[in-house]
Design a protein around this ligand. Structure first.
Ligand SMILES: [Fe+2]
Ligand SMILES: [Fe+2]
Length: 269
């Protein structure tokens, strides 16, 4: 069983790179399940129903999100109708949408759990470590592979989390910082891990945001409305994880591609 994970997809350039990658290399990777983080998939901020459908049409099995999930007003209304667009599970029950679900693919049951860290982030969510404990009790006898998107800012929190869930989750991948880390590994033969997968978005930008729009913040302390970088070479970051017959992770491979804008500009998504 092979899982392909794609980190935060930043707007249209990120979606184009995803499509390009899947069209050119998807088949040979021979993955059976595709998870992407879609919190920035619509214009860099949130996800619309249209973009959700676009990602589904590219063959995405599960979409995770994070702190940007509510940036588009419509998400609040449609997320509850979907079973495969997740929002962090440590939001309270008064918030619509699922925080985790079990997907069946080729006879393999994959539990995908979306959690958000607390360090330097929203402090009003439930403790993600304890949220995991609770959800794990519900999924452990109903799934073969447990996957967690731990959407968090602090590398320390992410590293503490994976060691806490080691052996219970078979794959923990970090998202949110948009910058990939070089620490992918399998911990004690039990849990595949990377602190951050990294984004799919314009490379020479400020984690996807156009540099010029971000500059007043750094020079004057004034935050202007951010726009994503719309044109430019796009970096695509992903993680491929292979599981053996007993659903233990046996191989983890970091993938990075750089697409010239000329290669992407004709692609419509
Ligand atoms: Fe993000
Ligand atoms: Fe985020």
């Amino acid at each position: 069983m092979r899982l392909l994970v794609v980190g935060d997809i930043i707007g249209n350039p990120g979606r184009r790179a995803l499509k390009k990658f899947l069209e050119t290399e998807g088949k040979e990777l021979n993955y059976q399940f595709l998870v992407v983080n879609g919190e920035n998939a619509a214009g860099g901020f949130g996800i619309t129903e249209k973009v959700y459908k676009t990602l589904k049409s590219l063959g995405v099995d599960a979409i995770t999100t994070g702190n940007h999930v509510w940036d588009k007003k419509e998400t609040w209304n449609f997320i509850g109708k979907t079973k495969d667009l997740l929002r962090p599970a440590n939001y309270p029950d008064t918030v619509p949408g699922l925080g985790w679900n079990i997907f069946e693919k080729n006879g393999v049951r994959i539990a995908v759990i979306n959690l958000m860290g607390l360090t330097f982030m929203n402090p009003y969510l439930e403790n993600p470590f304890l949220t995991f404990d609770r959800i794990y009790e519900e999924v452990k006898n109903r799934s073969d592979i447990v996957v967690v998107d731990f959407h968090a800012e602090a590398t320390s929190e992410k590293n503490a989390f994976v060691l806490y869930v080691k052996g219970r989750a078979q794959l923990v991948f970090g998202t949110h910082t948009h910058i990939p880390t070089a620490d992918e590994r399998i911990i004690d033969g039990q849990t595949a891990y990377i602190t951050d997968v990294g984004m799919s978005g314009v490379l020479n930008s400020v984690i996807g945001v156009e540099f010029k729009r971000s500059l007043p913040y750094y020079l004057q302390g004034i935050k202007k409305k951010f726009y994503i970088a719309e044109k430019g070479d796009v970096v695509f970051n992903a993680l491929l994880v292979e599981f053996d017959e007993s659903f233990k992770p046996v191989k983890v491979e970091r993938i990075q591609r750089l697409y010239r804008w000329e290669e992407l500009k004709e692609i419509s998504v």
